[in-house]
Design a binder for this molecule. Structure first.
Ligand code: TRP
Length: 449
């Protein structure tokens, strides 16, 4: 393993790192997925479980990934090999990179859809979205159109390539410095519009009032999976981002900021969707097409609705791009560290491979919709393997590695690096040694029953 310790770029500032890592975390998971899984799983009660999972399982794991990355100063595979040379633990890194590759292959398909809808909103393409049913049939025929979806998928990947080519501080950090505040402003505008709609209160009630009778085993599993996906855990992204972090940075506080930011964006997104859905007399249980089918119709019915569509799909695209670049950077950093490839070659070849592998996912809604593997379309299969198996497995192994193998004192030293001692590392060690692996083992095993 080549250690290019001194030649690696670093985040130029603490806030730059926080924005980039938040950019990775805040994505389609928060804006597209969170509202619809909340809608399908009972509203307020789900939100509560989701927040608890994030605090006691997601947060300790995020801190672990940052600690591994910063300590080793390397990509996910190199990092495990450096901390425990020639041990089987390297498999976590391999799984992470493979998982990152797979996630991006279908993420870029949905990213392409968001770009297409942004273009539609800019070109009056929503004029025909008169009812939610109508919007649904347009969505179905759009996602079934091979040429159009592949075109937007390429466009989406090309934007990610462009940013990652420029490198860590000049590309990723710089773009997130601009895009993340933009995203927050757009979100605030939409939220004010949504909660001031007549009839919005019903939506807020559904969303914020926890009905505990709705909590069951499957709700908890879904909440945990959602929390993982949303925080970008288990796929080496955060190990990679942590590896560009300066040693003097306090890991605990940056992690807490990023987690709070991620939760806040998801919560605010709910405040946009549910009041609007209820105000327009629509159903919150629509599923994955919720934001695509419901929002354009709602926006069309509002006065100057066109503006809000543009803002919304712009926000969705920004969120998707800042996450996609973290997935691309993970794989790229491995090729650069390990084989000494030039960034340009590493990025282009990785992105090309991801695009090619993503083609069957893009076609899963049209040409290949009848191609079923294990009873699922290719898109669903990859989505399922990564979210339900690779992610919890790699998360569990990471927690075991950090809590039991690496050595608690060493990890504690890494996270406390030059910062004042507090009680937090103790709490974190308890969580990462016992609670996180146990919870993840349950999630992982429950997939088989
Ligand atoms: N967290 C992002 C989102 O919410 C997606 C993402 C980026 C991701 N990197 C990841 C998901 C790594 C799982 C693993 O959309």
């Amino acid at each position: 393993m080549k250690d290019k310790n001194n030649q690696r770029a670093l985040w130029s500032s603490r806030i730059g790192f926080i924005l980039a890592a938040s950019g990775s975390a805040v994505g389609l998971g928060n804006i597209w997925k969170f509202p619809y899984v909340t809608g399908q799983n009972g509203g307020g009660a789900f939100v509560l479980v989701y927040m608890i999972c994030t605090a006691i399982i997601g947060l300790p794991l995020m801190l672990s990934e940052f600690a591994i990355g910063r300590n080793a100063n390397l990509n996910p595979i190199g990092a495990f090999n450096k901390i425990k040379p020639n041990s089987p633990w390297i498999v976590i890194g391999i799984m992470g990179l493979l998982g990152g590759f797979l996630v991006l292959s279908f993420y870029s398909v949905v990213g392409g859809w968001t770009l297409a809808y942004l273009v539609k909103s800019l070109t009056h393409g929503f004029d025909s979205f008169t009812t939610s049913k109508n919007a649904e049939s347009i969505f179905l025929s759009f996602t079934a159109d091979a040429t159009e979806t592949l075109f937007y998928q390429i466009l989406f990947i090309s934007i990610s390539i462009y940013i990652v080519l420029k490198g860590v501080d000049k590309g990723i950090e710089k773009i997130c410095d601009i895009l993340m505040p933009t995203l927050v402003i757009m979100l605030a505008i939409l939220m004010i519009r949504s909660i001031t709609l007549p009839g919005a209160v019903e939506g807020l009630k559904f969303y914020l009032y926890p009905d505990f009778s709705k909590i069951n085993g499957s709700v908890i599993l879904i909440a945990l999976g959602q929390s993982f996906f949303s925080l970008s855990l288990g796929m080496g992204c955060l190990i990679t981002y942590g590896s560009y972090l300066r040693p003097q940075e306090n890991l605990i506080s940056v992690t807490v900021y990023i987690v709070i930011f991620d939760i806040l964006i998801a919560l605010l997104m709910g405040m946009i969707i549910f009041p609007a859905v209820f105000a327009m007399g629509m159903e919150p249980t629509e599923g994955p097409s919720l934001v695509f089918n419901v929002l354009p119709v709602i926006f069309k019915k509002m006065s100057i609705g066109g503006i809000f569509s543009i803002i919304f799909f712009c926000l969705l695209t920004i969120a998707a791009i800042t996450s996609s670049i973290s997935l691309l950077e993970g794989v790229t950093s491995f090729l650069i560290d390990k084989y000494g490839w030039k960034r340009k070659n590493a990025v282009l070849i990785t992105a090309l491979a991801i695009f090619l592998f993503g083609i069957p996912s893009a076609l899963s809604f049209g040409l290949l919709e009848n191609l079923k593997l294990a009873n699922m379309t290719f898109f669903d299969l990859i989505n399922n393997i990564t979210s339900n198996y690779l992610l919890p497995l790699s998360g569990m192994l990471t927690a075991v590695f950090v809590g039991w193998v690496w050595g608690v004192e060493k990890v504690q030293k890494e996270i406390e690096n030059n910062t004042s001692k507090s009680r937090w590392p103790q709490i974190w060690i308890f969580l990462v040694k016992f609670i996180t692996p146990l919870a993840l083992a349950i999630v992982f095993l429950s997939n088989f029953f």
